[in-house]
Design a protein. Structure first.
Ligand code: BGC
Length: 335
């Protein structure tokens, strides 16, 4: 712990000059700055942490860009350790590297708050088991702050299932869809893909997957893939499921270019509730999205940080709920 002793400035009467100011160094490693959702998250995290400062407690926050490269991020964590930070907040590039990072940070005696990408227990084939990750369970100095990706997928499917035709725009009895996926290693992408469809089949709909595209959360890649899908499958495509809004915004551009109309002959859903996507929901250009609460998650991560540096008890998991966003409630989520 870094402790700086400072004599108070002129405003303070001379008699009260002995207060100690503690400055905690917090290292924040983000998987990639070039990500719409994580940009909202990191800005919120910084400003909320600053708002937690008092006359005697200060946070010296350093935020670094992992550039979607695990080796780069590992170096950044090493450097935080060498600098002797008081706490590390980490948005892993690869959850499969969780052990390496967790062990390093725990060995250095530094508390670790993992955010956004939940490490799980995996089977021998790398398939996620429905079990919590031992690196968190076994280490009181490590916690995870996030949202349950299954819930977001379920909400996407429920938004479609609640439509008058349950997503069966062409009335042939089957919902034919394309799935636009984020980074396949990310549990958010895996669960959203699985649970969105599960919600539809649970609602009694027959489904047909025309194609799954791996678009790494990226708008431009999704735009190209949806353009290809629309030229290949044409009117067969009734629903475009996107694991996030950035990709849904790309999908929308291609849907409009192909002369298709959301809400009429095709449906489009995303996740995150980015400002632009919420506006598209209001305007009827997107069927719906799901709020991924960056403010709630950033707040929880900063609160956990405060507890750790104060030496208070910290829970192992902090969960923040997703919220369905459709035309009915979208006005509440305009940012
Ligand atoms: C968000 C995506 C984001 C990803 C980064 C997800 O929870 O929905 O938009 O790209 O996190 O890990």
């Amino acid at each position: 712990t870094t402790t700086t002793e400072e004599t108070k400035t002129e405003e303070t009467p001379a008699a009260e000059t002995t207060d100690e100011v503690k400055t905690y160094k917090v290292g924040v490693a983000i998987y990639q700055f070039d990500d719409n959702f994580m940009t909202l998250y990191r800005n919120e995290l910084k400003s909320y942490m600053e708002s937690l400062q008092t006359d005697t407690v200060k946070y010296d926050i350093t935020i670094v860009d992992g550039k979607n490269d695990m080796a780069t991020q590992t170096e950044q964590i090493n450097s935080f350790i060498t600098q002797g930070v008081d706490l590390i907040i980490c948005n892993l590039v690869q959850t499969s590297s969780a052990d390496t990072i967790v062990n390093k940070v725990v060995d250095a005696g530094i508390p670790l708050v993992l955010i956004n990408r939940e490490p799980l227990a995996y089977d021998a084939d790398g398939k996620p088991l429905d079990e919590a990750y031992e690196g968190i369970l076994n280490n009181p100095g490590v916690c995870y702050v996030g949202a349950d990706a299954r819930q977001s997928g379920t909400y996407q499917g429920e938004i479609v299932a609640a439509l008058p035709d349950k997503g069966d725009a062409n009335g042939d009895g089957v919902v034919s869809y394309v799935m636009i996926e984020g980074d396949p290693e990310n549990i958010d992408a895996q669960y959203r893909t699985e649970y969105s469809i599960k919600a539809l089949t649970d609602a009694g709909k027959e489904v047909e997957c025309l194609y799954e595209y791996l678009d790494n959360w990226d708008q431009t890649t999704a735009q190209q893939d949806v353009a290809n899908a629309l030229s290949q499958y044409g009117d067969k495509i009734e629903v475009v499921f996107c694991n996030n809004d950035a990709m849904a915004l790309g999908a929308l551009q291609s849907i409009q270019q192909a002369g298709r109309t959301v809400g009429k002959d095709i449906y489009l859903v995303g996740v995150d509730a980015l400002a632009e996507a919420v506006q598209d929901v209001l305007d009827g250009n997107m069927t719906g999205t799901v709020l991924n609460d960056d403010v709630g998650q950033a707040t929880a991560a900063a609160d956990a940080t405060k507890l750790y540096v104060e030496g208070s008890a910290v829970e192992q998991y902090y969960w923040v709920d997703y919220v369905k966003v459709t035309k009915d409630n979208a006005s509440q989520y305009v940012k």
